[in-house]
Ligand binder design. Structure first.
Ligand SMILES: NC(=O)c1ccc[n+]([C@@H]2O[C@H](COP(=O)([O-])OP(=O)(O)OC[C@H]3O[C@@H](n4cnc5c(N)ncnc54)[C@H](O)[C@@H]3O)[C@@H](O)[C@H]2O)c1
Ligand SMILES: O=c1ccn([C@@H]2O[C@H](COP(=O)(O)OP(=O)(O)O[C@H]3O[C@H](CO)[C@H](O)[C@H](O)[C@H]3O)[C@@H](O)[C@H]2O)c(=O)[nH]1
Length: 328
């Protein structure tokens, strides 16, 4: 039996592939390399370059490799881009996920783990936000993910497909062994951008909004180390294999840092005092979003190991330095 990882050449997916290979699993990666990288997939995993919307291909992979579980990371992930081109997001994130779920049901796949997002909550009325709190996405990106959550729950009710939906908060950092990391071109994520500024790859960083109702006026987020997030996926697979019930779980640490706190941390850990400009708000940003994260610990027995902003930033810096030597 093998595990199919879609988006396994991307940032988070490649960390998952390494973890599965480390655990002795047989892994097939399906990735169209639109934002992912061939080098990010370890040689022990089979890389198939193709589209999650190609049902004939996905069905063939399920049959040929005896796929027992699908871990579905492949998606388009840039929130403002989803506002400008919503139908592309509904195709890649919603329609292609519908096709993946259909192929899973038809092909007899037992388990499905899905990458959802804190963006399904929108601007939460209370923080920390819990899984049963109101869902009100503020972007097509968030809506495209929420629609997939709904399809998965319905497919489970009708066809018995086991699933775990993980709602990621702000993912950052890199593999502590530096085998992979965030290699995304033109990244928009705060820690990646700040690290690039610290290493002289950008002239400065803009702080988007200083008048939010938060302690220092900048947005607050719950930053989770990518390796802890991947551990939650491994725990989810174990849960499903042992007959665990479907679950929807937040993945965060339950504590927030402001944009200015993150930038100060990057400056301190890198030892570089880069330029910071105060800028207007970025449309669509919630003021503060932090995970209520007890449920993942209770249901999956998830135990984070890297819950420390300095460590997250250090690993992101180390990966960025390594990337600089890789001549991509
Ligand atoms: N990075 C975050 O902070 C964050 C937060 C919440 C949720 N997520 C979710 O995590 C998942 C992975 O995100 P990431 O940060 O690793 O992004 P990423 O862009 O690095 O990875 C996505 C991967 O999917 C591939 N892909 C995209 N569309 C495809 C398609 N149609 N067929 C085959 N492959 C396709 C890309 O080539 C890429 O390798 C996404 O589902 C994203 O929505 C990420
Ligand atoms: O150069 C920058 C980049 C970001 N920010 C700010 O930093 C905070 C975090 O921004 P990110 O772009 O790093 O992350 P988001 O919180 O916008 O979004 C992330 O988390 C969301 C869930 O909350 C989605 O899942 C999304 O895919 C994922 O990128 C925001 O206040 C943003 O305005 C800046 O001030 N300057």
């Amino acid at each position: 039996m093998s595990i199919l990882v879609t988006g396994g050449a991307g940032y988070i997916g490649s960390h998952m592939v390494h973890a599965l290979v480390d655990a002795g699993e047989r892994v097939v990666v399906l990735d169209d390399l639109s934002t992912g990288f061939r080098f990010a997939v370890p040689p022990e995993a089979a890389l198939v370059v193709g589209d999650t919307g190609d049902a004939a291909l996905v069905s063939r992979l399920i049959a040929e490799h005896g796929i027992e579980a699908i871990v579905h990371f492949a998606a388009s992930i840039v929130v403002p881009e989803s506002v400008a081109d919503p139908l592309r997001y509904y195709r890649n994130n919603t329609a292609n996920s519908r096709s993946m779920i259909d192929c899973a049901v038809t092909g007899g796949v037992k388990h499905f783990v899905f990458s959802s997002t804190a963006a399904v909550y929108g601007n939460p009325a209370r923080v920390p936000v819990a899984e049963d709190d109101p869902l009100a996405p503020m972007s097509p990106y968030g809506s495209s993910k929420l629609m997939t959550e709904i399809m998965l729950r319905d497919a489970t009710a009708a066809h018995g497909l086991g699933h775990v939906i993980l709602r990621y908060f702000n993912v950052a950092g890199a593999d502590p062994l530096m085998r992979t990391g965030q290699s995304t071109r033109n990244a928009t994520h705060l820690i990646k951008v700040a690290v690039e500024a610290a290493l002289g790859l950008r002239g400065k960083i803009d702080v988007f909004g200083t008048d939010y109702p938060t302690p220092d006026g900048t947005c607050v987020r719950d930053y989770i180390h990518v390796s802890d997030l991947v551990a939650a996926h491994a725990d989810a697979l174990r849960h499903l294999r042992s007959g665990g019930a479907p679950a929807t779980l937040n993945c965060g640490y339950g504590r927030g840092f402001s944009v200015l706190e993150v930038i100060e941390t990057v400056k301190r850990v890198s030892g570089v005092d880069f330029r910071v400009d105060l800028a207007p708000r970025r449309p669509g940003d919630p003021a503060a979003i932090v995970a209520a994260c007890d449920r993942a610990r209770e249901i999956l027995g998830w135990q984070p190991r890297w819950d420390d902003l300095d460590t997250i930033v250090r690993h992101a810096l180390d990966w960025q330095r390594k990337l600089g030597t890789m001549n991509l």
